[in-house]
Design a protein around this ligand. Structure first.
Ligand SMILES: O[C@H]1[C@H](O)[C@@H](O)[C@H](O)[C@@H](O)[C@H]1O
Ligand SMILES: [Fe+2]
Ligand SMILES: [Fe+2]
Length: 308
């Protein structure tokens, strides 16, 4: 999969743009008037978003998911996966084909959504489109941010859910308590490895997130695909793709000591993106056939040459 933006709308004056949007969102009257995206208070199950302790039909299975993820995502596992998938020698597929492939998967880590993943991609992109009608790059980022979940498909190796979805966290340093269901890390082989148990572990303060190995999953995989195919998406888009599941950082501020200046700049856009990624989750389905022409033209406009 190659993603090329011929004339990327590189986000300049990020502070200014993000501030503008916040103003727009703060004034609810304006939102209603311009048909902007409204953040709902509760998810499709009537719970607040990302409440991992709320009694719901998904609670136990989500917890079991995190038990498996925390036990198995060790430094060595991540290293092996990055080497294996970094070769990108598996399959060639266009962006839209990948979107359609996600029609058959439900994300087992998600307490807020049990719809097929193609719905989530389109729900996210459509919500962004409402507030950012002219920002092609951000809409496209919404469409592709979770495409790495194709790793669940046998064509991409049919990885188990714990190796593809869920929140992400660094390996090679101490696990932070803000991670969901933190207790299950106790059975991770790294938990008692003295090289990895200090706050910095094998890293140094301010080294930049690029130098930190994250647990393996759809974020890092999609980032690799985009980068290796020499995407011209702006750095904020790549950051969003790579760290959108890193909730311990972008929601709780954990692991911030690894960030460098560029990370701080990009984090502003990730915060903005997160609103659409999280709060667009809904049982109201997007009419795939209806929006397909728009997204096909968006993909075409930014230029795609399938090769993965
Ligand atoms: O359950 C969700 C889901 O897997 C998302 O795709 C991921 O980005 C989130 O971080 C995770 O909590
Ligand atoms: Fe995701
Ligand atoms: Fe998502």
């Amino acid at each position: 999969m190659t993603i090329l933006i011929e004339q990327p709308q590189v986000p300049t004056g990020i502070d200014h743009q993000v501030d503008d949007i916040h103003k727009k969102i703060d004034t609810s009257n304006e939102l209603v008037l311009d048909g902007g995206f409204l953040m709902p208070e509760s998810n499709a199950f009537g719970q607040t978003f990302r409440d991992y302790d709320a009694e719901s039909e998904r609670k136990d299975s989500v917890e079991e998911f995190y038990r498996m993820q925390h036990i198995n995502q060790s430094y060595d596992f991540v290293k092996t996966m990055r080497e294996k998938y970094g070769k990108l020698d598996r399959v060639e597929m266009s962006i839209w084909e990948c979107c359609e492939l996600l029609n058959e998967f439900v994300d087992e880590s998600d307490p807020d959504l049990d719809e097929p993943q193609i719905e989530h991609l389109l729900q996210t992109a459509e919500a962004i489109r409402r507030d950012y009608p002219d920002e092609d790059w951000l809409q496209l980022t919404g469409l592709i941010h979770d495409l790495g979940k194709v790793l669940l498909h046998e064509k991409f190796g049919g990885l188990p859910q714990w190796a593809v979805v869920g929140d992400t966290f660094p390996v090679g340093c101490a696990f932070d308590e803000s991670n969901i269901h933190f207790k299950y890390f106790k059975d991770n082989e790294d938990y008692n490895n003295s090289a990895y148990t200090s706050k910095n572990g094998i890293y140094t303060e301010g080294c930049g997130l690029n130098n930190v190995m994250m647990s393996w999953g759809h974020d890092d995989y999609m980032y690799l695909v985009a980068k290796e195919n020499k995407t011209t998406l702006p750095s904020a888009a790549l950051f969003i793709i790579r760290y959108h599941s890193f909730y311990p950082l972008h929601r709780c501020g954990a692991y911030k000591h690894f960030m460098n200046e560029e990370d701080h700049e990009n984090l502003k856009w990730l915060h903005e993106f997160n609103k659409y990624d999280l709060y667009s989750k809904s049982k109201v389905r997007v009419d795939v056939e209806k929006v397909k022409p728009y997204y096909l033209s968006l993909i075409k406009k930014v230029g795609i040459s399938p090769q993965s």
